[in-house]
Design a protein around this ligand. Structure first.
Ligand code: SF4
Length: 208
């Protein structure tokens, strides 16, 4: 159906310039390479929940270089993704732990509200610890490389622009539906099974 609506989205798959500049994106889209989060799950990270945040950031810095090396090896087939073991704790787990701590004294964005979102305190964006979804669908109006785009509109925004064209889907928290990580994953799987090329988390500014 989308091919009829957006023939340019089909044509871009064969465009040499687009393939050159967005090579990895195209490969992930066509299941020829693993997405970055899948690779991050394969990189071991030795840390404990009792470690200081400073220590976790230091480890994060060290593993960032190791992550890019792993990506390079998998992309060039020096290592096969299917043969990589899943560690007990991964680089992705480390990122989750750091994000969890940031939300205890929220400074995820430049507002730096300092609220403890795990205790129900709300900052400027009004976001708690779960994601509030306004709507999701296969978006046909994006750039051709993205279409059909698995768009998920999130509520709660770090800005309140007077000219906002999306205020009903970025500010109106009562109109949204809370999603646990599992529920959000199911939404993403559904969009993917419908042929969406990507996950497009948007809002509102989607940081919170
Ligand atoms: S993400 Fe929300 S709570 Fe956190 S600092 Fe930004 S506006 Fe404040």
């Amino acid at each position: 159906m989308w091919r009829l609506l957006r023939p340019d989205a089909e044509a871009v798959l064969h465009d040499k310039k687009a393939r050159k500049s967005l090579g990895r994106y195209f490969d992930v889209m066509q299941n020829a390479k693993p997405a970055k989060f899948q690779l991050a799950k394969k990189l071991p990270a030795e840390f404990s929940e009792t470690d200081s945040t400073e220590k976790l950031w230091k480890l994060h810095d060290e593993l960032t270089g190791a992550y890019y090396e792993l990506e390079k090896q998998v992309d060039s087939r020096l290592k096969l993704f299917s043969e990589l073991e899943t560690p007990r704790k991964s680089f992705l787990d480390l990122k989750i732990e750091i994000a969890r701590r940031i939300m205890e004294n929220c400074h995820l964005c430049a507002r730096r509200c300092g609220v403890n979102r795990w205790k129900g305190e709300l900052g400027f964006c009004g976001c708690g610890v779960q994601i509030t979804v306004s709507s999701f669908f296969a978006h046909m109006g994006e750039e051709p490389e993205l279409v059909p785009s698995g768009t998920i509109f999130t509520l709660g925004c770090t800005m309140r622009c007077l000219h906002c064209q999306n205020w009903t889907i970025s500010q109106w928290m009562e109109a949204g539906e809370l999603h646990t990580p599992k529920q959000l994953a199911r939404v993403i799987e559904r969009l993917r099974s419908e042929g969406c090329r990507n996950v497009n988390l948007v809002g509102g500014e989607p940081t919170p």
